[in-house]
Design a protein around this ligand. Structure first.
Ligand code: PEP
Ligand code: CO
Length: 458
């Protein structure tokens, strides 16, 4: 098997890479990589090891993982209010889950590096004056620029350095906020819950949301009264980072050894993940990520066979260690009941130690009659609900969830109590890639997930 061959931070270069983007100027690409290699890391090995421990706890059922953020971060959106709002929604969702599940929740943002996007086609054709033009697709701000001109779409290696710099700026602000500026947000009194009052909610559901919010506030006050430590243990404001490890030149340039530890670490992020389109067993992405200590996510879509998933676990985690492989199932509401059970059963039977998470976003794309990309709140909820059902029937555990969301008032997904309709999508559609849940939809999703999963909690 090729995977038993020697690994190095460069061994991926001789493997076929799906979604690969060629830099026209090889010398400029290697200069950018060289610069990235000499810059300080964005995260540390001890943070990565702590996340591994937390993922291992989620595998054991004593913790839950909430991962979420933009589909694609952009350099233009590296702004304080957008970053703070993202932290706020993730924190609030996590507290709703802590309260319902009675266990700590680890927050992992899709941020500080979520700048590279896989595309369904390497090129894009658009009507332009005098005919049609075909250009490389926009692969995210780490590769090229969104504007539809030949110059903007040409892959530019300096964008790796710019991406790194903006990831560092984002992370610096996140670290500063979590050091202290966030205390108020523990308290539902400060949350923007007014919309529940005006929403067209069934009276029973409205009463239930109000009860959950009051209980949550009471619980937090009670724990604070008991002393800092208790509240700290359950709700300590810590965020980890994650992004799709698509641009391997960027990832490899920050894959390093660190003093006094064994092995190699990808120091661009705590948890890189391999996308549904790049998880080929012999491909370059699996090759690079099999050699690092970080926890590694792998998106698993409905076309995966049980053996594919078992093989991925073996190659990415030959020592079968806990805290290492995170399988993120993204089947779609229509397929999850049929496609997920054999995969879960195959992994259980193989004895592979993994954390299963559910991404209810990427299997549920929809397009409106006007051609706008959207997702329905109900389909997202249905996939979550069905995935919970699948795990209840299996010998495995659902240990986390993965959302595309923002803390802002965008109109990209349809539905939810605040009632975003198809006609509303044009009001504030801000995503450059997939549609995200807005603040209200994300918070409501957390309440509904808490209600669904909380039933089993003590
Ligand atoms: C994503 O997470 O934005 C993504 C492209 O996911 P997937 O690889 O599951 O399609
Ligand atoms: Co996406």
């Amino acid at each position: 098997m090729p995977q038993t061959s020697e690994w190095s931070p460069d061994s991926w270069r001789s493997r076929p890479a799906a979604q690969s983007v060629e830099y026209p100027d090889a010398a400029a690409a290697s200069a950018a990589e060289q610069q990235l290699r000499s810059l300080p890391p964005l995260v540390t090995s001890w943070e990565i090891e702590r996340l591994r421990e937390e993922i291992a706890q989620a595998q054991a059922g004593t913790r839950f993982i909430l991962q979420g953020g933009d589909c694609a971060e952009t350099i233009a959106d590296c702004k304080p209010e957008l970053i703070a709002n993202k932290l706020k929604i993730l924190l609030q969702m996590s507290l709703v889950l802590v309260h319902a599940l009675k266990k700590p929740v680890t927050r992992i943002g899709r941020f500080a590096g979520q700048y590279a996007k896989p595309r369904s086609s390497p090129t894009e054709t658009r009507a332009v004056p005098g005919g049609a033009a075909t250009l490389p697709s926009y692969f995210g701000d780490l590769f090229n620029r969104a504007e539809f001109t030949a110059q903007a779409r040409t892959p530019d290696p300096m964008l790796m350095v710019r991406g790194y710099q903006h990831a560092a700026l984002t992370l610096n602000f996140i670290r500063a906020l979590t050091e202290g500026g966030f205390a108020d947000l523990h308290h539902p009194e400060y949350w923007d819950l007014a919309f529940f009052k005006h929403a067209s909610l069934a009276p029973q559901l409205r009463a239930e949301y109000e009860r959950m919010t009051t209980n949550l506030a009471d619980g937090l006050r009670f724990m604070e009264a008991l002393g800092e430590r208790t509240v700290d243990d359950l709700t300590r404001v810590e965020f980890f980072t994650s992004h799709e490890g698509l641009n391997l030149a960027y990832e490899a340039a920050q894959t390093r050894r660190v003093p006094r530890r064994e092995g190699w670490y990808n120091l661009t992020t705590h948890m890189p993940w391999i996308g549904e389109r790049t998880r080929q067993l012999d491909g370059a992405h699996v090759e690079l990520f099999r050699g690092i200590r970080n926890p590694v996510g792998v998106k698993i879509g409905p076309s995966a066979a049980p053996q594919d998933v078992v093989d991925l676990c073996r190659v990415l985690n030959p020592g079968n260690e806990t805290g290492r492989v995170v399988l993120i199932a993204r089947m779609g509401a229509a397929k999850v009941r049929a496609k997920l059970p054999p995969l879960v059963a195959g992994v259980v039977e193989s004895g592979a130690r993994v954390l299963w998470m559910c991404d209810p976003m990427h299997g549920n794309p929809a397009t409106t009659s006007a051609g706008v990309k959207t997702r329905s709140f109900d389909a997202i909820l249905e996939e979550l609900d069905a995935a919970c059902g699948v795990f209840e029937q299996s010998g495995a555990r659902l240990g986390g969830v993965h959302f595309e969301l923002t803390g802002d008032d965008v109109t990209e997904c349809i539905g939810g109590a605040a009632g975003v309709t198809e006609a509303d999508l044009s009001l504030n559609y801000a995503s450059v890639c997939d549609p995200r849940l807005n603040y209200q939809q994300a918070l409501e999703m957390a309440f509904l997930l808490a209600r669904r999963m909380g039933k089993g909690a003590a």
